[in-house]
Design a protein around this ligand. Sequence first.
Ligand code: AMP
Length: 218
Amino acid sequence: MQFVFLGAPGVGKGTQADKVAAQYGILKISTGDLLREAVRNKTTLGLEAKECMDQGKLVPDSVVIGLVRDKLADPSYAKGFILDGFPRTVPQAEELGQVLNQRGLRLDRVINFQVSRADIVQRLSGRRSCPKCQATYHVDFAPSKQGSLCDRCGESLVQRSDDQREAIEMRLKVYDEQTAPLISFYEKKNMLSHLDGAGAVETVYQDLTKVLAIYKTA
Ligand code: AMP
């Protein structure tokens, strides 16, 4: 089972990828999470990526392709994986095809999550996260019971620098210019399914598992 979850920032693909990964016993590869981890650990790669990320711009293709290539070399990914937030450009998608080919793998399906722009902005601007345990909240839809502290570990919650308004606008512009072309890229290969991501997490998940069901038994 090899899936790509595609969509603008804030459509909920990461949340859905976590649920599917847990249910199917496969792994999620989120390039955003890998990059944030590198930033937290102040690695050379993290220091290079931080500026692009803070501004809402894409990190260079060569950097993220290297991260994904390293992950896929790990035998624990042979059982299946969900790519969340990768590929984000046509060259990344082409490179992914080559990496999978080399490993005798192919993608089963690319799911394109669709959510209106107004909803995306509301979701991203209200998002808060815990810098210690990485739990995520939303000021309106999923607030912490302890206000500005994390329910899980008590740490003060923060807003991701790229969830601030200017960075959100940049991320959506970058999505339109560089990532949206992947819709027709995968459509032409007959690999794409569109999914309405506007509803509640559980509703979207039910719809998603219907699309993925045939691969579970494959
Ligand atoms: P995300 O958590 O997926 O929204 O990613 C956060 C940030 O990490 C993005 O705004 C980019 O700066 C960077 N990033 C994540 N994935 C990629 C990718 N596939 N290509 C380039 N930059 C990426």
